[in-house]
Design a protein around this ligand. Structure first.
Ligand SMILES: C[S@@+](CC[C@H](N)C(=O)[O-])C[C@H]1O[C@@H](n2cnc3c(N)ncnc32)[C@H](O)[C@@H]1O
Length: 287
């Protein structure tokens, strides 16, 4: 793919400045590129390139930690479910009804194909305003879905919404990227993934001051002209702030694990898995 150095240079500038016009177009020196909504172009290529390898890893981690914490559930919700591979797995392998929640209509369209069983119900909702039809025993959120909440209060609000939609004693299992990213702040990282007839190129830039990861995603179908571009933003969260917000929402933290080793987290892991449990009773503060 000719994602020329000029594009990288120009995008570099984009990652640091706000040079979109009112139509959402990105003005880059000599060319104007229409930036599409996150996951609108990536969705059909997601499973082939990132979805399946990620799902296999997520499943392995979940099975190990579910056993370790004796997580049992009769219904579940997967938040930021993407293409629904994990929701379908929960339904098929744990034999429970699952709510699969995502903001992107394009990702949900793929999820509808991946979850043919009637016991996976797809819901287009924002995690920050989560409203499930009934409380669940288990809520999961995998592969950086919560890092997509980049506003100052977003994650704190999301934790409260998740707690409200869990039964007392219900589990919340999720992963998060932390600010301990082993990448230089002066570089744009280019990651190319080619699978079948598609190529996805990601340009990744880390701003540690704002703790924002800016990702330009270019999707090209081999043999057809044109490259579709979209722009994602993720925010890294430290365990200190996550711990406070979980407790504030009424969770007890059962464990924090290094996603790479699944050992209890120590030092500064890049990605953590958190197992939290909604308290059976909430202390009201009144005597
Ligand atoms: C990196 S993908 C992860 C998808 C899936 N969990 C997986 O493991 O492959 C992040 C997903 O979060 C969704 N997402 C981002 N912000 C969201 C929000 N505020 N509410 C619901 N879903 C959101 C995106 O649409 C996308 O499908």
């Amino acid at each position: 793919m000719r994602l020329a150095p000029a594009f990288v240079r120009q995008w570099n500038r984009f990652a640091y400045g706000n040079n979109r016009n009112e139509n959402g177009e990105m003005k880059m020196e000599s060319l104007t590129v229409q930036m599409e909504r996150p996951y609108s172009q990536f969705a059909p290529a997601y499973d082939q390139t990132i979805g399946w390898p990620t799902f296999l890893r997520t499943r392995r981690s979940f099975e190990m930690l579910a056993q370790r914490y004796d997580i049992q559930f009769r219904n579940a919700a997967d938040l930021g479910c993407g293409t629904g591979l994990f929701a379908n797995y929960l339904n098929q392998c744990w034999d429970v009804p699952v709510y699969a929640v995502d903001l992107s209509p394009e990702m949900l369209r793929v999820a509808a194909r991946n979850c043919p069983g009637s016991k996976v119900r797809l819901l287009r909702q924002d995690i920050r305003r989560l409203q499930l039809p009934e409380p669940v025993d288990l809520a999961t959120s995998n592969f950086d879905a919560l890092n997509h909440l980049t506003g100052d209060d977003d994650l704190r609000v999301a934790f409260r919404r998740v707690a409200e939609n869990l039964k007392p004693g219900g589990y919340f299992y999720f992963d998060l990227i932390t600010p301990c990213l082993p990448i230089s702040t002066r570089m744009v990282y280019v990651r190319k993934i080619r699978a079948h007839n598609r190529q996805v190129t990601q340009l990744i830039r880390w701003n540690p001051t704002r703790r924002i990861i800016s990702i330009a995603v270019a999707v090209r179908s081999i043999g057809s002209p044109g490259t579709k571009l979209e722009f994602h933003r993720e925010r890294a969260y430290s365990f200190a702030e996550v711990g406070c917000w979980l407790m504030d929402a009424g969770f007890i933290i059962r464990g924090v694990h290094d996603e790479a080793t699944l050992r209890p987290a120590s030092g500064c892991p890049t990605r953590i898995i958190v197992v939290a449990q909604k308290a059976m009773y909430r202390w009201s503060g009144h005597r």
